[in-house]
Design a protein around this ligand. Structure first.
Ligand code: ZN
Length: 258
């Protein structure tokens, strides 16, 4: 059996929010946007791609995130917790060996503090920027998520990183949205995915190579979009845009569910 055949990708049931603009048009029917995390089981370790929301805010997101959680109508309950979902596969939080943090925005890494013993992969420059962001980007970071007091072991990478050395899981260095933005290439048997992180937010932006208004460096973001496209083409990979509700329904429909 090849190592790839032992690899499994589990999209975890995410907390969600609704964009105020879409809510204004569609009301309660506005699409719910995932705040994602994925579990990858490999024979040599467990990997998370992103870590969802802060477990201390479960059931009451306003308590952890303030009025923004109300404004964007965050929904976050027990079944979205990493711990609850890992348990379904017989794992505990302590079993996670690696977390690839796509970047340090609060909607991606609220659960990071639960992994003091894991190797936490970040793109170079992310920690420095998160500690002192430009004003427009300030609201995307919640300092307590990456505070020193959690004793997290960060490993900043300035190039792609093949996590297990066998090509199955690769962190892709694609700066622009933030200085350290990462995506991940996951090569399953017969099918490969690129998990976008926030390198791209919508299909349209991907097709037309349009950077996002909240990107820190728009030139770098466009370069990263082009590189993302070349990886997708070379690998014949499927792009999973992590905040795209349609990608979630399409891909979770034919992947095994927890
Ligand atoms: Zn995001």
């Amino acid at each position: 059996m090849s190592s790839a055949s032992k690899l499994t990708l589990w999209p975890l049931t995410p907390a969600t929010y609704q964009s105020p603009a879409q809510f204004a048009v569609y009301g309660d029917d506005a699409p719910r946007v995932p705040m994602p995390a994925y579990l990858i089981e490999h024979q040599d370790g467990l990997v998370l791609f992103d870590a969802g929301l802060d477990p201390d805010a479960v059931g009451d997101p306003v308590s952890g995130y303030g009025e923004v959680a109300e404004r964007i109508r965050v929904r976050f309950d027990e079944r979205n917790l990493l711990e609850t979902q890992l348990r379904k596969r017989g794992h505990s939080l302590a079993d996670v060996t690696t977390v690839i943090a796509s970047h340090l925005h609060w909607d991606h890494i609220g659960g990071l503090k639960q992994f003091p013993n894991a190797r936490i992969i970040l793109g170079t420059g992310e920690q420095a920027y998160a500690g002192s962001p430009e004003r427009f980007a300030d609201a995307f970071y919640r300092p307590e998520d990456f505070s020193d007091e959690h004793g997290l072991r960060y490993d900043e990478i300035d190039d792609d990183l093949d996590i297990f050395g066998d090509g199955t899981v690769t962190a892709l260095r694609l700066p622009g949205h933030t200085p350290g933005s990462l995506a991940a290439l996951v090569r399953l048997e017969g099918r490969s995915f690129v998990l976008s992180g926030d390198v791209v937010h919508t299909r349209d932006a991907y097709e037309h190579e349009v950077h996002y208004h909240g990107d820190v460096d728009s030139m770098a973001a466009r370069r990263s979009l082009r590189r993302l496209r070349s990886v997708i083409e070379e690998e014949s990979a499927e792009l999973w845009i992590v905040h795209d509700p349609e990608d979630w329904s399409r891909f979770t429909a034919d992947l095994p569910q927890l």
